[in-house]
Design a protein around this ligand. Structure first.
Ligand code: PLP
Length: 716
């Protein structure tokens, strides 16, 4: 350990290094880097919501230099910076070996939302989480990749509830200076400005770059002084405004995104549309080819060769549809630049050509102009083929060219501190260097070892479970205190009596879209109260999630659950954490014992939150929908009902709620409370081991991005 004071050059190296590190969200999936920022300002870490850039504004440069003279600390900072540079400069990546051609001509991945970290809340839910995890794994794997999205200055809303427990939305302005964003500049060091035609106007935009490890993600921003006010506000909110805002945002994303890439001199080999929102990019690609002298037919064939499409939902409302009038207004420029008629334009987004009653559907446009398309689980692939038979002129779903690539999560990034520490320690005990952890934590080989009690004992797994549950209980109590204004007076001082660190803890958190049926479990209210109040085998419930601002049915679900949490016998055993986001998600998937998922099958195309539980020893209790249909093997979690569903939805709700209660009381509760003489639930832990071995490596974006690369990106 160095004890000699650092000289000015060394200090400058470290402070510049830390500033560079804070502006690459790689730090958010490197545990030692996080700990450095945490140590710099422990309260700031909490109050500034784990924002490394803001912490470096909070800690003066002078303080930083002084603090770096603490010898052990400087060594740790240097180690983190060395690891960071080694990561950035790594040559021997999976991508270098398997997809070298993507280096010069990367994949351009367009997504209306990306969730990277809680300080950059520009996503509404799972679609964004998936996109963020895709980018992180593309970076880890070292494949040529660039992301495109919008910079939503007000982000997604902050959720609170009023005295009627009705969701309230508030928006705060994000300040780019305090975020891991860098302005995209031109060769003169000025902001790079591009433009796109929206309705009748030329709208100018600049962009911000998020450094995601080795890959850039560009966020387009129309907030420029020279734009008219309503265009300046266009990129304010994620899925904000009405369908006019929506279509204009989507033109900016698709068309503007291609223009930005061209201005940056990036020539992608593939344009990957993550959901239909970005599908207007196909029209820009056609326009470019027309301008280069191709016919419309040639241009669309060439464009089709360049594009890929991932569809994400069988829910009708999840497919953007725009009326002919709106297309005429917002997309008038397409008609002139593509030299087609309005009806020809409309037909690109229609299943039935020339059917004037049919609106323009972004999914249809994407499907027509992609060389390959996929759903996000096996069942969702099948459901999507059925949905789009008519579009492909067949009655046989097997003839519809939509495959599937099942989703994953960025496994290492989702590991909460204590779990990650355990797995790193185990990895080190194998004699493996820590620098290989991120790679090897994604292998079946690593997780297979977990089934061996010599590798990790029952006691160690159980201790980890207790630590994570304890942290969740304390996190939840603190949040209740912050959101507690709508509880009755007496509760403020007694939140410590809310939740029980020994209880079987069941979590449910995701968007409150109605098909996810958040309150389903309370259909068995009397029975659930009995479970919660059983002092020998207590069960408790933690819920969280936002409803879309215009979804009153989803808000009514929230209201119902909060009402039960405050005014029923479940008080203290059921809590609702407001303002669900990545951070709340991480606490919950780590701390809960059971992750509940009860969508109305087959509407949950994949679901990913359940995958985040695995490295923590939390297990899924889920309807056989989405990824769970593939993941479940009878021993790695719990299923609700069979691999089929009744046609009638009311019947389905009844059957599912009965089956949910049945599995809960017959398998889950007895399993969790079946302890041996030393108080350890041996069989439960055996199940946890098997869960980790079978699910952790498989449902990772490491596997998923490799699959996209070999099946889709390299098939041009
Ligand atoms: C992972 C994640 C989701 C996705 O949850 P599903 O259960 O797949 O719907 C939603 N929101 C956040 C913040 C997430 O991190």
């Amino acid at each position: 350990m160095t004890t000699k004071p650092l000289n000015a050059t060394e200090l400058t190296q470290l402070t510049t290094g830390l500033n560079r590190l804070a502006r690459n969200i790689w730090w958010s999936w490197d545990q030692d880097a996080q700990e450095v920022f945490h140590e710099l300002s422990p309260r700031g870490w909490q109050n500034l919501y784990h924002n490394a850039v803001a912490i470096l504004h909070e800690v003066s440069d002078y303080e930083l230099r002084v603090r770096l003279q603490e010898p052990g600390f400087a060594d740790r900072v240097r180690k983190v910076l060395d690891n960071f540079d080694a990561y950035l400069n790594e040559k021997a990546t999976w991508g270098a070996a398997n997809a070298p051609q993507l280096k010069a001509n990367p994949v351009a991945y367009f997504s209306a939302e990306f969730a990277f970290h809680e300080t950059l809340p520009i996503a509404a839910g799972g679609l964004g989480a998936l996109a963020g995890d895709h980018a992180k794994s593309a970076s880890d794997l070292g494949i040529g990749f660039v992301g495109i999205s919008l910079f939503y200055r007000e982000g997604y809303f902050q959720q609170s509830v009023n005295h009627d427990n009705w969701q309230q939305e508030t928006y705060t302005q994000l300040n780019p200076r305090n975020l891991p964003l860098e302005p995209v500049l031109d060769s003169r060091g000025e902001p790079l400005v591009c433009s796109v035609r929206l309705a009748g106007c030329s709208v100018r935009f600049h962009a911000w770059r998020v450094n995601v490890g080795r890959v850039p993600v560009y966020l387009l921003d129309a907030n420029r002084p020279e734009n008219e006010a309503h265009y300046r506000d266009l990129t304010n909110r994620v899925y904000g405004g009405d369908s006019t805002t929506r279509i204009l945002q989507e033109i900016l994303l698709g068309v503007g995104g291609v223009r930005l890439l061209r201005a940056l001199g990036i020539q992608p080999s593939t344009f990957h549309m993550n959901e239909g929102h970005a599908a207007f990019l196909t029209l820009e690609l056609i326009r470019e080819k027309l301008a280069a002298g191709k016919s419309f037919g040639e241009a669309s064939t060439l464009t089709k060769g360049e594009c890929l499409f991932t569809t994400h939902t069988p829910v009708e409302a999840g497919h953007d549809r725009f009326s002919s009038d709106l297309m005429g207004y917002a997309g008038q420029k397409f008609v002139t630049s593509l030299k087609i008629t309005h009806e020809e334009l409309m037909n690109l987004g229609r299943v039935r050509a020339n059917d004037k009653t049919e609106p323009f559907c972004m999914t249809v446009l994407a499907l027509k102009l992609s060389r390959a398309a996929n759903g996000v689980s096996e069942l969702h692939g099948a459901v999507s083929r059925e949905m789009w038979t008519e579009l492909f002129g067949t009655t046989d779903p097997d003839k519809v060219p939509i495959g599937h690539i099942t989703n994953g999560i960025h496994l290492v990034g989702w590991m909460k501190g204590p779990a990650r520490r355990v797995w790193r320690r185990k990895f080190a005990a194998l004699g493996r260097p820590d620098s290989a952890f991120v790679t090897e934590a994604n292998t079946a080989e690593f997780w297979n070892r977990v089934t061996d009690p010599e590798f990790i004992s029952d006691e160690e797994i159980w201790a980890l479970r207790y630590k994570l549950r304890r942290e969740l209980v304390e996190f939840t109590r603190r949040r209740l205190l912050l959101q507690g204004r709508t509880f009755s007076q007496g509760d403020f001082i007694t939140f410590d009596g809310f939740l029980n660190p020994d209880a079987l803890t069941i979590g449910f958190a995701r968007r409150f879209a109605t098909y996810k049926r958040a309150p389903l479990i309370f259909d068995q209210f009397e029975n659930i109260v009995k479970l919660a109040q059983d002092s020998a085998r207590p069960v408790q419930f933690i819920f969280a999630g936002k409803a879309h601002p215009r979804d009153d049915a989803g808000k009514a679900f929230i209201q119902k659950i909060i009402h039960l949490s405050k005014f029923s016998e479940l008080k203290g055993h059921l809590v609702f954490i407001e303002n669900y986001d990545i951070h709340v998600c991480r606490q919950m998937v780590a701390g809960c014992d059971i992750w509940l998922n009860n969508p109305r099958r087959p509407l949950e195309a994949s679901g990913t939150s359940g995958m985040k539980t695995t490295p923590h020893g939390c297990m899924n209790l889920s309807i056989m929908d989405g990824w769970w249909r593939e993941g479940y093997d009878t021993q790695n979690g719990f299923s609700i009902g069979p691999d089929s569903h009744p046609a009638d939805v009311d019947e389905q709700d009844r059957v599912d709620s009965a089956n949910l209660y049945k599995t809960l009381t017959e398998e889950v509760v007895p399993g969790f409370f079946n302890r041996d003489a030393s108080g350890v639930p041996r069989q439960w832990i055996t199940r946890i081991r098997h869960t980790m071995a079978t699910l952790a490596p498989q449902y990772s974006t490491w596997r998923m991005v490799q699959e996209y690369t070999t099946k889709s990106y390299l098939t041009r």
